[in-house]
Ligand binder design. Structure first.
Ligand code: NAG
Ligand code: NAG
Ligand code: NAG
Ligand code: NAG
Ligand code: NAG
Length: 449
């Protein structure tokens, strides 16, 4: 049973919808068009990317739902996030494919873009304006200048009086004076490839002067030129030189960093070359620097073009002296065990003799030396010359001889093995070996380039 209040509420809603019916339907048409274009982008030019969808908090819940249920979006790995000033820092490394960040908004805000840049550092960014304001001014926002690929899609009718259905595709080249560029009205066919939708934003630096932090001490990469003592020379210098003619920029270099360091994280801030870049005194460096965890976290690196390999050279050890071959077939614990059992056996046999002699009276006891010699015969693969009298003494001798058989067998077999192959002292085979060896100095300090 429905309570009567509910009926009135429903009729009220109906009225509202009827009153604003005409603009509602054109809004809906526009939204559908937007969602269709979004689907085309995701399944077309961005089909190899995973998505991070940043949803403007002013988007109504049903639109939010509609965005997430676009077929192409559902079939692509994606994250849906609320665009807000209090982003949680994230790493996008959980996706193996490159990521396209899509900002869906009604009203553009530069604060939101700033926090987006701060926490996500996107490489590829698509701004998608769902509302009537286009926000092309935001494209020129300084925080977006370092983004590699940046495109905005939004209603053309917002800016110009065109066909109300058309969406425009815009981008901006940070180093060009031409400002925001309209790449054309959205058409599936003309923006079918990644390069068409996200053109190179940095085809030329238009004569810009970069300031390079450098240390000219690093042969063969960047060292003092023999002809001009103020100029650097080397592989890095040649590379920047060629890039500068191709990309139309000029540059200045420094002969050394302020503190003659390469760059280490000390008490939370960087020194040396990397410190100059961190403090924005210089734009980048062209010196060869090792990649470490901290550096990789704090700085963006170019692709590496040089990899160093290191080896430790140790003299080859001489073969072990030949006489040690006699000892080596058995390990030291085995030798020890053999010695202990021989002593124990001598002791037990002597005790047995004493007991038997004291019982019979006529039996002549053997001396300690004879007992030792007779037991020792077993170890030298010789048979026992005489058997003891009583059965329990014989049992003991049988066990002893059996042990001797095993030991002599093992010894001779190992000896054969050793004589057929020369033996070397153990070499370093793992990092642990090196750590355990005496090649390690107790205190080694070095500075990382
Ligand atoms: C984003 O906001 C919507 C509604 O405002 C909410 O339902 C959703 O849980 C939020 N998502 C996140 C990740 O905070
Ligand atoms: C480099 O850019 C400047 C500024 O846009 C321009 O005047 C110059 O002709 C360009 N040089 C080359 C070689 O393209
Ligand atoms: C780092 O900070 C500690 C404590 O604040 C200080 O004692 C130390 O000298 C600092 N190190 C450097 C290199 O500034
Ligand atoms: C390069 O560094 C200078 C400071 O030395 C800075 O003013 C300029 O904005 C930087 N250029 C870029 C493109 O980051
Ligand atoms: C022990 O000696 C016997 C002959 O007395 C010989 O056949 C056997 O090979 C030897 N065993 C070992 C391990 O040397």
């Amino acid at each position: 049973m429905r309570p009567p209040e509910a009926v009135t509420v429903t009729s009220c809603l109906l009225q509202v919808i009827l009153v604003s019916g005409s603009s509602e339907s054109s809004d809906r048409r526009r939204q559908e068009r937007h969602l269709q274009v979004l689907g085309d982008v995701v399944s077309g030019p961005a089909r190899r990317m995973s998505l991070a969808l940043h949803l403007d908090s002013s988007l109504p819940a049903d639109l939010r739902q509609a965005v997430l249920s676009v077929e192409a979006v559902r079939r692509t790995p994606h994250l849906a996030l609320n665009l807000s000033l209090s982003h949680e820092p994230h790493s996008s490394s959980s996706f193996s494919s490159p990521m396209l960040h899509v900002v869906l908004w009604f009203t553009p805000s530069s604060d939101l873009l700033q926090s987006l840049w701060l926490y996500w550092k996107p490489h590829n960014l698509l701004l998608f304006s769902m509302g009537s304001s286009l926000g092309t001014d935001e494209l020129q926002n300084e925080v977006l200048n370092s983004i590699e690929k940046l495109t905005l899609i939004g209603d053309l009718s917002a800016d110009e009086n065109r066909d109300s259905d058309a969406l425009g595709v815009f981008t901006v080249r940070p180093f060009s004076s031409s400002g925001v560029q309209l790449l054309g009205p959205w058409e599936r066919e003309s923006f079918n490839s990644w390069e068409a939708l996200f053109p190179d934003r940095f085809p030329s630096f238009e004569g810009y002067t970069f300031h390079i932090a450098s240390r000219i001490v690093d042969e063969p990469f960047f060292y003092l030129s023999a002809s001009d003592p103020l100029k650097g020379d080397g592989v890095s210098e040649e590379m920047v030189q060629s890039l500068s003619t191709k990309l139309n920029f000029t540059y200045t270099t420094t002969t050394d960093s302020i503190d003659s360091n390469w760059g280490a994280l000390i008490n939370g801030s960087w020194d040396g070359l990397l410190g100059m870049i961190e403090r924005r005194e210089k734009n980048f460096t062209i010196n060869i620097l090792w990649i470490t965890y901290d550096r990789n976290k704090a700085f963006d690196m170019s692709a590496s073009f040089h990899t160093d390999g290191y080896g430790a050279f140790l003299p080859q050890p001489a073969p072990l002296p030949l006489w040690t071959s006699l000892v080596r077939p058995l390990g030291s614990t085995v030798w020890f065990a053999v010695l202990v059992s021989l002593l124990a056996a001598i002791f037990v046999t002597k005790l047995q003799e004493d007991v038997v002699a004291s019982r019979s009276g006529i039996y002549r006891r053997r001396g300690l030396a004879r007992v030792w010699l007779e037991l020792y015969r077993g170890l030298a693969n010789q048979s026992a010359p005489t058997l003891p009298r009583t059965p329990w003494q014989r049992m003991f001798v049988a066990v002893w001889l059996f042990c001797c058989l095993v030991i002599t067998g093992a010894y001779t077999c190992n000896l054969v093995g050793i004589f057929t192959r020369p033996a070397y002292p153990s070499r370093l085979r793992s990092l642990q070996n090196l750590i355990d060896s005496d090649f390690r100095y107790p205190h080694t300090t070095y500075t990382l380039q």
